[in-house]
Write a protein that binds this ligand. Structure first.
Ligand SMILES: CC(C)(COP(=O)(O)OP(=O)(O)OC[C@H]1O[C@@H](n2cnc3c(N)ncnc32)[C@H](O)[C@@H]1OP(=O)(O)O)[C@@H](O)C(=O)NCCC(=O)NCCS
Length: 178
């Protein structure tokens, strides 16, 4: 299983990750990701080399995606928290056809490893505020809940958590030239 940087031509596929996950979540009674997909923002993240995709081998169908950046949101993190070197996970999604392979777990470990190698001490994320099943997923993966931000400006994703950024054996073949 390889991980590479997403390319501009992946934008349509990345949009589909989002809409399919939203449909899957809606079936489970969640309104997570019912909001518009921020295409322009994602296109810029791809260009910045911050969007990653997972596939069985070169040319195979994309199985999962994660965005990892250093941009800290002042609505979610305090001034003192923002002084700590951290990397931020966004848009972690595993295609349902590839569920049950621990791809999410491996991507979290990969992200922590990459963050650690870049000198960050923490791996941070914000999850959909109302999705308690998802919060449990992150707690089970060693994240600690920091706070829930209910400010409407934050949108639906105000459950904020972090875990130490640690070197890890994630088992992904990293082709990102990290
Ligand atoms: C979160 C995710 C990346 C984890 O992938 P994974 O490590 O391969 O694990 P799985 O998909 O097998 O999920 C593990 C369990 O969490 C549940 N789960 C995962 N995401 C969930 C969510 N957003 N809402 C509710 N339950 C969720 C799954 O149903 C599964 O439950 P089960 O063990 O009872 O079957 C993947 O489930 C996913 O793409 N979810 C939808 C998108 C999403 O919410 N991403 C997080 C954005 S912050």
């Amino acid at each position: 299983v390889i991980i590479t940087c997403a390319e501009a031509t992946d934008l349509a596929r990345l949009t589909r990750f989002r809409t399919e996950a939203a449909a899957w979540l809606a079936e489970r009674g969640s309104d997570q990701w019912s909001t518009d997909f921020p295409s322009d923002h994602v296109a810029r993240s791809i260009q910045a080399g911050e969007v990653f995709v997972v596939q069985e081998s070169v040319g195979a169908e994309l199985a999962a995606t994660i965005t990892l950046d250093t941009e800290t949101d002042p609505l979610l993190w305090t001034a003192s928290e923002r002084t700590v070197r951290a990397m931020y996970i966004h848009k972690l999604t595993v295609d349902r056809a590839f569920a049950g392979q621990r791809l999410g777990t491996r991507l979290l470990d990969w992200a922590g490893d990459r963050a650690a190698r870049r000198g960050a001490t923490l791996l941070r994320l914000d999850a959909w505020t109302s999705n308690t099943r998802l919060h449990q997923y992150y707690l089970d993966h060693g994240f600690q809940h920091v706070r829930t931000v209910l400010d409407p400006e934050v949108g639906g994703s105000g459950w904020v958590a972090q875990r130490p950024a640690l070197r890890a054996e994630h088992g992904l073949d990293d082709r990102t030239a990290a």
